[in-house]
Write a protein that binds this ligand. Structure first.
Ligand SMILES: *Cc1c(COP(=O)(O)O)cnc(C)c1O
Length: 380
């Protein structure tokens, strides 16, 4: 049985990337590697649409979030976090750890903060040094309008704009420079079609100034963005980088660049729309009111037991989807279309859901979901 991964991290890795990573290891201080790293740095700028440095850290996405918070803020700094899911909550926990408190805005899962509410928050907290947002909240499949939110922040506040872009980069349109973002993070195992192990962090001029303030007392060592930036200037890294992953990333970014970033965004939008159409045709409800292009969480089909349904998907069809988290465990499940996916993959996953529904005895006319997916791509 073929195994197929439909989770929002890790995501499938193309053969081209796997093969590049299988080559014999090279030393990270030799010119061959430094040339690769220079090209990776250049292509990361393209990915984030920036002229500013994007550093590659050897850790998962959370390490990138921690590097940002610990390099920018310290004890007593006021930082606003927006928590509408698992990963917004992570921002809050990191800010609490490094500043001693947090100013948290909590929203119901599946919703996104409005520009009006954000404006109000900025008025209530004129002394905020930073605001932490999530572009695509993976636990709820919800996209935030980062372009508008960032414009509101830049208009009403001096606070730095930090964006968790971990499942947005490579799925949603994103312009780091034009939108006035200060920090944006992604992870290799999400939209970049890579195994886990790298965090990529884009850093604006304003953020670089803050990081390099002479009075700032470091609270980190390995996760220091100051050290990472110093090395980045010479297309180098402060510590031994994850050599194989950097080489794989070179291949993945080359693939993204040859497809064209605008096309990559459009492809994700179109896969997400077809996935939603397939689910709706099968009688399932979409969880989010502002759906992400990276992942589609849906309520379980009526009458389905999650364990039985998931067993039928996994053991009979080789399909791995993601479960709901926290309060939504056993109530929703999440279908990923982030990274290395195409139109036929959507027929596969919706086809597998039909088979699982049938296997657990739910009423179904075979082909209902698949037909909706075909129509979404091919027209009525
Ligand atoms: C996956 C994810 C993270 C955490 O990344 P890790 O690589 O698991 O550390 C953070 N934020 C979002 C939105 C994610 O999807």
């Amino acid at each position: 049985m073929k195994k197929r991964l439909f989770t929002p991290g890790p995501t499938p890795v193309p053969e081209e990337v796997m093969l590049r990573m299988a080559a014999p290891i090279i030393h990270h201080r030799n010119p061959e590697f430094m040339e690769i790293l220079a090209r990776v740095h250049e292509n990361l700028r393209y990915l984030f649409q920036t002229t500013q440095p994007v550093v590659a850290l050897s850790c998962s996405g959370t390490g990138g979030m921690e590097a940002a918070v610990s390099s920018l803020f310290g004890e007593g700094d006021k930082v606003i976090t927006v928590n509408a899911g698992k990963f917004g909550e992570r921002w809050t926990e990191l800010v609490q750890l490094y500043t001693g408190s947090s100013t948290e805005e909590t929203l119901p899962w599946g919703s996104a903060i409005t520009p009006e509410r954000l404006k109000q928050l900025l008025k209530e907290h004129p002394d905020a040094k930073g605001i932490c947002l999530t572009h695509s909240e993976t636990s709820t499949g919800t996209a935030s309008d980062i372009k508008t939110l960032s414009a509101v922040i830049r208009e009403h506040s001096e606070a730095l704009v930090l964006v968790d872009g971990i499942t947005a980069i490579g799925a949603h349109e994103f312009h780091f420079d034009d939108w006035g973002i200060d920090i944006c993070i992604t992870g290799s195992q999400k939209g970049l079609m890579m195994p886990p192990g790298l965090a990529l962090v884009a850093i604006s001029e304003r953020a670089q100034e803050r990081i390099n303030e002479p009075a700032r007392k470091p609270s980190n060592y390995y996760l220091s963005l100051k050290k990472a930036l110093e090395s980045h200037a010479g297309d180098d890294t402060p510590f031994t980088p994850a050599v194989s992953l950097v080489i794989g990333l070179d291949e993945a970014l080359t693939m993204i660049r040859s497809e064209g970033i605008e096309h990559v965004w459009k492809r994700h939008e179109s896969l997400a729309a077809a996935c939603r159409a397939g689910c709706i045709a099968l009688g399932m409800k979409i969880f989010s009111s502002s759906p992400s292009f990276a992942v589609t969480p849906v309520w379980l089909p009526e009458g389905a037991d999650w364990t039985e349904f998931n067993d039928a998907l996994k053991h009979d069809n080789g399909i791995t989807v993601a479960a709901g988290q926290d309060a939504f465990k056993g109530k929703i499940f999440r279908i990923s279309h982030l990274g290395y996916y195409d139109e036929l993959d959507m027929l596969t996953v919706i086809g597998a859901i039909e088979r699982a529904m049938k296997a657990i005895g739910l009423p179904l006319t075979p082909g209902t979901g698949v037909t909706a997916v075909q129509k979404a791509f091919l027209g009525k």
